[in-house]
Design a protein around this ligand. Sequence first.
Ligand code: NI
Length: 197
Amino acid sequence: MYFLLLQACYNSVVFQITQGTNAGFKNRVTFTMGIMSILKYPDPRLRQKALPVAAVNAKTRSLIEDMFETMWDANGIGLAATQVDVHERVIVMDLEGEQAAPRVYINPEIEILDATCLPYDEGCLSIPDTYETVERPGHVMITALDQDGAEFKEEAKGLLAVCIQHEIDHLEGKLFVDYLSSIKRQRIRKKLKKNRA
Ligand code: NI
């Protein structure tokens, strides 16, 4: 997910130079560029329902790292694993940008605390250059696992509440354009197709 006002530039390409230890005469350069490609609407893989993470392990943490890299590189504030074609219930978020407040949610569930809906202009890394107003409940309780597999609860209001619902929708194979009229959705589909051509 991303919002117009929160776009910023980050330099997130990380590379590591590893000195050869046993060879002695050569340096080995390892690039750990975790930037994954983001599926774009209307790719049918965005409609696949993600499965719960059975065990949080090193593989999960490596996926999380790559998802952060990918999200920051694309100037996003939220990314669901579904968007990088990994169909597991993992979400990363950084609402403040500039890697200030990275958040991880594994197997997230929400409980609506106040059903009063908030209108937000939503955008999505899978639906480039498109912003539309969507209304969602503005106060929820999130229960999820962190990157060590420990359960936590977080009360969310405003942007965080909206963003977690947008990202959980991705895990269900749902996109924010599904909340719009079919005429509007068709128009967005056509525009994206034209921009890609
Ligand atoms: Ni999105």
